[in-house]
Design a protein around this ligand. Structure first.
Ligand SMILES: [Zn+2]
Length: 304
């Protein structure tokens, strides 16, 4: 997907193509087409291209070092796009871009210490500390999804470890919780169809309707999510943690369940000081953040 984003962080145009294959040539061709569409319709010249990509990115060159989602190794994405468009091109990890977008134009406005967690298929995240987006030595800072919260009794994570925050507390984690306790609820209609058809939304709705199976799965999920959030508070002591992604559409129902449990698990940091909120920009946070990165000449959030 390509979007046109103004200096005010507002998206005024977009172009999207479905990806059926994930090899570099096909993906780059789709990006070129989508950017070309938006560029062709733009009323003013485009200043720069910013792109959020899954995986670990070399910020200096825009090379994707490693992307497990696409199976990529050392793909010179930045160089290929610069060659094609003759514009400055900046590439960052998609979750870090979303964090920069949400920090600059969403719920993070007015804070200096901020965390975004996107609860989707996995958990994407990013940390802003003292007004600066943390990147770490090689852009790996903020991989919050892969700290272990249940190393001995958790689900196996896509990264190979057991009980990662992502394995337990993503949307997929909620489904796993429901499936793992299904045997205790023989009369439950929640998993009446094929298990792979079960979605996180139906579990959350069942919990809201006080269905015993749905509620038990939801409570386990909230407990694991709270563990991770309390850890994040201990690491970063942020003013605000914003929750995005499909599961966060549960809104107040989720926040009300989380707050007391997170407080209970918060020990060495003053309790109740970190606000929890639902992220404001939804799926657009990544695109808006990528554009912000391009305008500023890098992902580091400080600056104008
Ligand atoms: Zn993991």
């Amino acid at each position: 997907m390509a979007t046109l984003v103004g200096d005010d962080g507002v998206i005024s145009d977009r172009s999207e193509y479905d990806l059926t294959e994930h090899d570099p040539d096909t993906v780059i061709k789709s990006i070129v087409r989508a950017v070309g569409d938006v560029q062709g319709r733009a009323k003013e010249p485009i200043a720069a291209i910013g792109l959020g990509s899954p995986g670990n990115i070399d910020a200096a060159t825009g090379t994707v070092r490693y992307s497990p989602n696409f199976g990529w190794h050392d793909v010179p994405l930045g160089a290929r796009l610069r060659e094609r468009f003759e514009l400055p091109v900046f590439i960052g990890n998609d979750a870090r871009c979303a964090t920069l977008g949400e920090y600059t134009y969403g719920t993070g406005q007015g804070t200096t210490d901020f965390v975004l967690l996107t609860l989707g298929t996995g958990i994407g995240g990013g940390i802003v500390a003292g007004g600066t987006l943390l990147l770490g030595l090689q852009g790996g800072a903020g991989e919050i999804g892969h700290h272990q919260i249940r190393a001995t009794d958790g689900f196996i994570c896509n990264c190979g470890k057991t009980g990662c925050f992502e394995a337990q507390a993503s949307g997929t984690g909620l489904i796993r919780h429901a499936l793992s306790i299904a045997h205790s609820f023989p009369r439950s209609t929640l998993v009446s169809g094929k298990p792979e058809k079960l979605g996180s939304k139906s579990i959350r709705r069942a919990a809201e309707a006080l269905d015993p199976h749905g509620l038990a799965a939801w409570n386990r999920y909230v407990d694991d999510l709270s563990r991770g959030l309390a850890n994040v508070i201990a690491f970063v002591n942020p003013q605000l943690i914003a929750l995005g992604g499909g599961v966060a559409s549960a809104g107040q129902f989720m926040l009300e369940a989380l707050r007391p449990r997170v407080d209970e698990l918060t020990t060495m940091v003053p309790r109740g000081q970190t606000r929890l909120a639902i992220a404001a920009l939804g799926n657009d946070a990544g695109a808006i953040g990528a554009a912000t990165m391009a305008r500023r000449g890098g992902l580091t959030a400080s600056g104008g």
